[in-house]
Design a protein around this ligand. Structure first.
Ligand SMILES: *[C@@H]1O[C@H](CO)[C@@H](O)[C@H](O)[C@H]1NC(C)=O
Ligand SMILES: *[C@@H]1O[C@H](CO)[C@@H](O)[C@H](O)[C@H]1NC(C)=O
Ligand SMILES: *[C@@H]1O[C@H](CO)[C@@H](O)[C@H](O)[C@H]1NC(C)=O
Ligand SMILES: *[C@@H]1O[C@H](CO)[C@@H](O)[C@H](O)[C@H]1NC(C)=O
Length: 420
């Protein structure tokens, strides 16, 4: 099967443009999952590898943390808004496999095991995700999959897992093109549909290997491109910068079933202001990024929760075309990012446009431009919706209308331009 596909690629290699289209449209992972960017919650960014439940009873990686988060997802409207996958990141197993080579969930922190926890998640209408590592060890030093690939894939299926994140510590990035593909095939062989989240390209980028995104998009539902997100504006800004500077290499590989992943939403934690939180939500929507929160849903303040639950932004993120937005222009250190979305009218797409300020001079700043300059050229014009303010403009905006937008320092404005 593999060989046959390679031959096809050779036959059409004389038509590079068609080749790119086919590469992304035809040869992508078709397990029926992640038709829109996955949404959910994951332990890592906020809870890391806290295993000391004596000192941190509410925060340690445990059944208790997962269950209280499931309860909050249901209670506070996150589930209704689309947040679906509940994903346990690193530090869940015992340090040693069983005599038969099986992974054992930490006996103190997961006293009822993973099958029971999966059942709890499913009984609340949510889906169950888990972490492993393509290597001899996970990043935190727990057992990795090397030598146990089939056992682990089958074990996850038997627990009712719906989503597997496969990290890439303690592994040779040169072997990932084969190893990640092989593990994906083992997941497929279990017969249980599982979203496959790969950290494959980020380890290759970091080691001077140009990732083969054609191959990655064919075998993974989503993949991490760049550094882990930390709880800070500078971390967020550097990831956004990677997506802008590398858009010509990565943008075309995003689409239904296969997504670039700029990492978790950190909204509601310690590091982002309210304005900066709006930036992350708006940018992740424009980038068609997975919306996987990592935060404490029992401690999150209402104004941050409101950002995460903003239906209009979630609709932009989940737009069924699945086109990843790009940075179209930078004016006075304010970036203009645009993403084509539905509805389409007169052959013109509607657009989500985020204006993201990297200014730190303290005062809101006004930029002026027209829509032609950022690629919105529908001569019938657009209806403009200010998404955070929930205000529709009273006049139609034409491609040559001079627009003024005022953006707060390290803040953003998000507009939806609906093609008329
Ligand atoms: C396995 O792969 C085949 C071929 O791509 C696909 O049709 C099927 O849905 C996949 N099954 C699972 C369980 O992922
Ligand atoms: C990347 O992967 C595709 C799909 O398997 C393959 O056809 C192509 O030759 C690979 N490109 C490189 C540079 O290896
Ligand atoms: C990708 O992004 C990184 C980080 O912003 C940058 O250093 C690098 O030059 C970019 N690569 C390309 C090919 O643009
Ligand atoms: C729109 O912007 C472009 C590029 O700056 C400019 O050439 C054009 O004259 C502008 N149109 C109007 C009507 O201002």
């Amino acid at each position: 099967m593999y060989l046959r596909q390679n031959k096809k690629m050779l036959l059409i290699s004389a038509l590079p443009f068609v080749c790119i289209l086919l590469a992304t449209r035809v040869y992508s992972l078709e397990n029926g999952l992640a038709r829109t960017p996955p949404m959910g919650w994951m332990t890592w960014q906020r809870f890391r590898c806290i295993t000391d439940c004596g000192t941190f009873p509410n925060d340690c990686i445990s059944e208790n943390l997962v269950k209280r988060t499931v309860d909050a997802l249901v209670r506070d409207g996150f589930k209704d808004a689309g947040y679906e996958y509940v994903i346990i990141d690193d530090c869940w197993p015992e340090m040693k496999r069983s005599g038969e080579g099986l992974l054992i969930p930490d006996k103190i922190r997961f006293p009822n095991g993973m099958k029971a926890l999966g059942d709890y998640i499913h009984s609340n209408g949510l889906k169950f995700g888990i972490y492993q590592d393509y290597g001899t060890k996970t990043c935190a030093g727990y057992p990795g999959i090397i030598g146990y690939e089939e056992l682990d894939a089958n074990l996850f299926a038997s627990w009712g897992v719906d989503y597997v994140k496969l990290d890439g510590c303690y592994a040779d990035p040169k072997t990932m093109d084969e190893g990640y593909v092989a593990f994906g095939q083992l997941l497929n062989k279990t017969g249980r549909p599982m979203v496959y989240s790969c950290s494959w390209p980020v380890y290759q980028e970091g080691n001077g290997i140009d990732p083969n995104f054609t191959l990655i998009a064919k075998h993974c539902n989503l993949w991490r491109n760049w550094d882990d997100i930390d709880d800070s504006w500078s971390s967020l800004a550097s990831i956004a910068n990677y997506f802008a500077e590398n858009e010509s290499r990565i943008q075309q590989f995003a689409g239904p079933g296969h997504w670039n992943d700029p990492d978790m939403l950190i909204i509601g934690n310690f590091g982002l202001s309210l304005e900066q939180s709006k930036v992350q939500m708006a940018l992740w929507a424009v980038l068609a990024a997975p919306l996987i929160m990592s935060n404490d849903l029992d401690a999150i303040r209402p104004e941050y929760r409101e950002i995460l639950l903003n239906r209009e932004i979630i609709n932009i993120n989940q737009d069924s075309l699945g086109i990843q937005g790009v940075r179209r222009k930078v004016i006075n250190n304010i970036e203009i990012w645009a993403r084509p979305i539905l509805p389409k009218n007169n052959d013109f797409y509607s657009f989500a446009v985020a204006y993201v300020s990297h200014r730190t001079d303290g005062a809101p700043f006004k930029i002026q431009f027209n829509l032609t300059e950022i690629g919105l050229t529908n001569s019938h014009g657009y209806v403009e919706l200010d998404v955070f303010e929930d205000v529709i403009s009273s006049t139609i905006k034409y491609p040559d209308t001079l627009l003024s937008v005022i953006v707060n320092p390290t803040g953003c404005v998000l507009h939806k331009f609906i093609a008329f």
